[in-house]
Design a protein around this ligand. Structure first.
Ligand code: XMP
Length: 513
């Protein structure tokens, strides 16, 4: 079901996600991966085409990101399109020359003369306005490649089979007037068909789950958190499963302020008329804190969290005679947990790879967050659901870093998180960021309060902007907001210092552990 036809290799361009979004606007889903993960993924999957993104790198810099080792540059397995740096990298690796001639540099609008007889430029004007941003240029094409567009220099190239292509400008940005048409031409050329249709996807998922469950009359347990993934999954399944769907929410003790009420409201809106019968809320805060104990190791903490999480669900499976468990696990959770191909394990997501006695279903396993948000919109869930920032399953336990988790520490981050979230709401900044993280750091330091020495905790505040959480940009708060947050947080008697963390992902991850 819904397998990916097109892989975008991300070389760090700020427009990589825009390529993905534009393809989706054209009705085609894509997967975005950095070169090393792309290498693993390409070995395990069949697809129709690969797009190599732009980058701030030069092919001549030290440490420059490479082509995925397993990329088929002969074009036999799939079509390849290099965009900007992607084209330069292809040219450089296939025996061409990339240089920095002053006359060929383009930053901003440029006019390109394409070969309109080539399928990539079918229907494009003889002179077309594009947007480019490059110092390096391909000055000599690889053997058996030809130029199919010119501007200051070579603006596009192709191999003799029209299967390996490059464009020097950015077709994904709106300033490239006919960029969408060029990308559509590439999709047509490589045989990619429309596969992004939310209504169809909802029906496919319902059918997939119903087919699996047709062999008996057993119930299905869905773990709900109030977040967009599990709430949307509840809304997808409720109309076809009716009373066979049991939604289980666990109050782990690591939830944010007001979250139990929020999850009740969100799940109720997803379940509609069956809401009162299908939602069970369990309070297991004490058991989670006890089991996590004094560990400060992120992975160990996740492992201990998973133990209780699994046990609580097993109790519910037995109680409700369930034969199935279903979770809102996304493609990103699976990739980051090292379950896709052989990608490196970054962190164990609490809901991936658990083994259950009952059948384990992950119908959103190929979807990304922005796609699930779109499903939620189509299902007419309230904005509180589809606009909701994500929050990790292990919750605030992951936000007490470098010091053991205790009821008091969790209370402290919960309060701090609420304080910062309120300030962001007041300044209308919550819409600009994808996720807020407030963490208690196990670094005590000296401060002065009311002319007295205090020795207290430090908090870190981090907000990120991202579309799919595979990569993220650190968000820079306005100075006045930084001051307001710092002042509000240090009012707590035990907080003496507040750090702001703008590190992008990579190298950091969104969460601290
Ligand atoms: P990272 O920190 O890996 O997070 O960049 C990416 C996104 O996933 C969330 N996250 C989790 N969600 N269980 C979850 O349900 C987990 O164990 C987990 N770890 C991270 C994180 O908050 C971010 O939105």
């Amino acid at each position: 079901m819904n397998s990916i036809q097109i892989l975008i290799v991300d070389y760090g361009s700020q427009y990589t996600l825009v390529i993905g979004r534009t393809l989706r606007e054209l009705g085609v889903r894509s997967l975005i991966l950095p070169p090393i993960k792309a290498d693993d993924w390409l070995k395990k999957n069949t697809l129709k085409s690969v797009i190599l993104s732009g980058s701030h790198w030069s092919v001549h810099s030290e440490g420059t990101p490479e082509l995925p080792k397993s990329l088929d540059t002969t074009g036999q397995k799939y079509f390849v399109l290099g965009v900007c740096y992607g084209m330069q990298l292809l040219a450089h690796k296939l025996g061409g020359t990339v240089e920095r001639p002053l006359a060929h540099r383009e930053y901003g609008p440029a006019t390109v003369t394409p070969d309109t007889g080539h399928p990539l430029f079918k229907g494009i004007k003889e002179k077309t306005e594009v947007w480019a941003s490059h110092g390096d240029t391909v000055t000599k094409l690889p053997k058996s490649f030809t130029s199919i567009a010119t501007s200051g220099g070579v603006a596009a190239m192709t191999d003799k089979n029209n299967r390996v292509l490059g464009i020097q400008f950015h077709p994904e940005v709106v300033d490239t007037k006919e960029g969408k048409k060029i990308l559509q031409n590439f999709l047509d050329l490589s045989g990619c068909v429309k596969d992004w249709d939310p209504i169809n996807l909802i029906h496919e998922i319902q059918k997939e789950v119903l087919d699996i469950m047709s062999k008996d009359k057993k119930n299905l347990i869905l773990g709900v958190s109030g977040g967009v993934d599990s709430t949307t999954l509840a809304a997808v399944l409720a109309p076809v499963l009716n009373e066979r769907l049991i939604c289980v929410a666990i109050d782990t003790g690591g939830l944010r302020a007001g979250e139990v009420e929020e999850l009740k409201a969100n799940t109720t809106s997803a379940l509609g008329k069956n809401a009162s019968k299908n939602l069970v809320i369990i309070d297991a805060a004490k058991e989670f804190i006890k089991n996590i104990g004094t560990t400060i190791d992120g992975e160990e903490k996740r492992a201990k969290f998973r133990e209780v999480y699994k046990q609580k669900f097993e109790e519910q499976i037995a109680k409700h005679q369930a034969g199935y468990i279903v979770q809102g696990t996304l493609a990103t959770d699976i990739i980051e947990s090292g379950k896709a191909g052989e990608s490196a394990m970054i962190k164990t997501h609490h809901n991936v790879g658990l083994s259950w006695e009952v059948e384990d279903l992950h119908p959103f396993r190929n979807l990304f967050k922005y796609e699930v948000r779109e499903l939620a919109r189509v299902l007419k869930l309230p904005p509180a659901v589809y606009e909701r920032n994500p929050f990790p399953g292990p919750g605030l336990f992951l936000r007490v870093v470098g010091t053991p988790v205790s009821k008091e520490n969790i209370e402290l981050v919960r309060e701090a998180d609420e304080t910062v979230a309120d300030i962001l709401k007041k300044h209308n900044l919550n819409k600009e960021i994808s996720q807020l993280i407030v963490a208690l750091l196990g670094v005590n330091s000296v401060g002065v309060k009311g002319d007295e020495r205090v020795y207290g905790h430090s908090l870190a505040v981090r907000a990120v902007q991202t579309v799919d959480f595979m990569t993220a940009k650190g968000y820079y708060f306005p100075e006045a907001v930084i001051n307001e947050i710092t002042s509000a947080l240090t009012k707590h008697k035990d907080i003496v210092r507040v750090f702001f963390d703008m590190t992008p992902k990579p190298p950091a991850t969104t969460e601290f552990e």
